[in-house]
Design a binder for this molecule. Structure first.
Ligand SMILES: [Zn+2]
Length: 368
């Protein structure tokens, strides 16, 4: 699916002001809010699309990159943090605090609390790392509570963390208790702020984070590293680091859903006499037996040696080993004489019995 233009999504012009963007998004969010459109997938997609457009266009930095480079300019690079593939509902609802003053939450009784925002990065893994799991250390730029920051009671809410507001909603005027906009529910605000930190006492710093990738990871899955996102101001819970796995093409092993395929080359002599070979599978290596007289193109199926089902249904894919018999390309005089002798005597000739599986039979077998 091609991504729609963010301005088009919010139905605004390229010169829209920050206030106009906010207003347009508010309109879309109310129209497509899941509470108003229960079970409507199309509405949910529009809701997410609008949130993504708002996330980019409401940020001057991201907006100017988007204006210059389009979608490519804002799809997050590893370590850059922030914006990656789509947003999840939790991200969207946490963004609502800014838009609706915290009152118009999402998903029913969603508790608005002070929480750092999530960071999203991408990480490239080769198939072997995805199969066997691995550990990666990445450098992430994130907002951290600056050393030496002190706090005082929030002057707006006097420490309660909430404010009573009159809001004009689509249901008419409503009195709502909302999270305090000054302290975001913490009840405290920064007092002494060290140089370089922002008004909330947060400072941008690089941190090395080690990520454990479980065996059986998959292209596009998102791992959630709890508490490794941006810090929340003054005592809130830090956000999470969301790690999106990207698959790097592998020379030998190809993935097809949960199944894996690999090519195995055996020599002419090995195919004739039979042999055992060690190959990579999920969880390590296994030895497989290549029978005496194996034909090129034979496919061995190792049941359950593919990728574990990532949705956790307990199933496992299979590993298919495609055997290729390597015909010798350089022969010594002695070897040539041997083979010539076989031909002259009418030995080692091709003798298909008609029971050999054709290419199409093999493909059919794979699906049985
Ligand atoms: Zn407050």
């Amino acid at each position: 699916m091609t991504k729609r233009d963010y301005y088009e999504v919010l139905e605004i012009t390229k010169t829209a002001s920050g206030e106009e963007i906010k207003k347009a998004y508010r309109k879309m969010a109310i129209k497509y809010h899941p509470d108003k459109n229960p079970g409507d997938k199309a509405a949910e997609e529009k809701f997410k699309e609008a949130a993504e457009a708002y996330e980019v266009l409401s940020d001057d930095n991201k907006r100017s990159r988007y204006d210059q480079f389009g979608h490519a300019g804002v799809s997050g690079a590893a370590g850059g943090g922030g914006f990656g593939g789509g947003m999840n509902m939790e991200d969207i609802f946490s963004q609502f605090g800014d838009i609706f003053g915290g009152g118009f939450g999402g998903g029913g009784q969603r508790q608005q609390q002070s929480r750092g925002s999530n960071l999203r990065i991408r990480i490239k893994l080769n198939l072997e790392e995805m199969i066997n799991g691995t550990q990666k250390t990445v450098k992430v730029k994130k907002m951290k509570l600056a050393a030496g920051v002190t706090s005082k009671t929030c002057p707006t809410c006097k420490g309660s963390g909430v404010q009573v507001k009159i809001m004009n909603t689509m249901f008419g005027q409503m009195q709502t208790q909302t999270t305090c906009g000054t302290c975001h529910g913490v009840g405290k605000v920064a007092d002494k702020i060290p140089a370089g930190a922002n008004a909330q006492g947060l400072i941008k710093e690089e941190e090395e984070i080690t990520i454990n990738i479980p065996a059986g990871a998959r292209d596009g899955i998102q791992l959630n590293v709890r508490g490794k996102g941006n810090d929340a101001p003054l005592g809130g819970t830090p956000g999470d680091l969301l790690v999106v796995v990207e698959e790097e093409a592998d020379k030998l092993i190809k993935r097809e859903g949960d199944n894996l395929h690999q090519e195995l080359y055996v020599s002419f002599a090995e195919a004739a006499l039979g042999t055992t070979k060690e190959i990579n599978v999920v969880g390590g290596k296994v030895k497989i037996k290549v029978d005496e007289g194996t034909q090129s193109g034979k496919i061995l199926r190792l049941a359950g040696k593919g990728l574990p089902n990532i949705e956790g249904y307990g199933g496992k894919g299979d590993m298919f080993v495609h055997i290729n018999v390597w015909t010798p390309q350089k022969l010594t005089k002695e070897q040539k004489d041997f083979f010539q002798n076989q031909i002259d005597k009418g030995e080692m000739t091709a003798e298909p019995t008609g029971k050999e599986k054709t290419f199409f039979d093999k493909v059919k077998d794979l699906f049985n």
